[in-house]
Design a protein around this ligand. Structure first.
Ligand SMILES: [Zn+2]
Length: 216
């Protein structure tokens, strides 16, 4: 199910290319090169009925996940990510597993989504890096929003234009701040970016709630 060869190859290239950023982000992570890899690529995105996705947080980052979910819910796309208190009621379980992340997408990987869009059996998982834990901060919310974007059915958006679906968090013009403080509204203005919302709206309806010029 996992294209590990592809991930490995991408990982090496990314690591070489982004070496210079390693030290810059040392305050947050030992390896802050943010690679966020979905397990499946290429297939048409199965969408969630009525745009509703029930999310259970097992990671201990419930505020971070809730903030990321709220960003999508207010984006203008007709999606509703609801946090539920029981795993039994969940469509998606968010958990922390650094070992699995290393195995699935390399040691510089901060997040992983097991499916793009609704899994065939209707149960998705998102894995987050433990170093993102604690109070929400711009990077942790960015990563959670990225993975929830995959859950909704969004693929990676390559290039340097602003997008929360960039495979590399620091490659875009609207890269997340490395601040260790609670993210401000300004810092989350492009999480998700209008370009991301356009894709989600194409799947679920709606339209981008704002076209903030900072998110180009
Ligand atoms: Zn990704």
């Amino acid at each position: 199910m996992l294209s590990s060869v592809l991930h490995g190859r991408l990982g090496s290239a990314v690591l070489r290319r982004r070496q210079a950023l390693l030290l810059a982000g040392a305050v947050l992570l030992t390896l802050p090169l943010v690679r966020l890899v979905p397990a499946l690529a290429g297939a048409r995105s199965p969408i969630w009925p009525h745009g509703v996705v029930r999310v259970y947080d097992e990671s201990g980052m419930s505020q971070t996940v809730a903030t990321a979910a709220a960003r999508w819910n207010g984006s203008g796309a007709q999606v509703r990510l609801e946090l539920v208190r029981s795993e039994r009621k969940a469509d998606v379980v968010v958990r922390v597993d650094d070992r699995a992340l290393r195995h699935l997408c390399g040691r510089d990987c901060l997040g992983f989504s097991t499916s793009i869009g609704r899994a065939a059996h209707g149960r998705n998982a998102v894995i987050l890096r433990s170093s993102l834990g604690g109070n929400p901060r711009p990077l942790s919310v960015w990563v959670a929003a990225h993975e929830l974007g995959h859950v909704l059915g969004l693929h990676h958006r390559n290039g340097h234009d602003c997008s929360v679906m960039s495979p590399h968090a620091f490659d875009t013009r609207c890269a997340p701040s490395l601040a260790a403080t609670q993210p401000t509204a300004d810092e989350l203005a492009c999480v998700p970016a209008p370009a991301d919302v356009d894709v989600a709206a194409g799947l679920y309806g709606g339209s981008a709630a704002s076209r903030d010029p900072r998110c180009r």
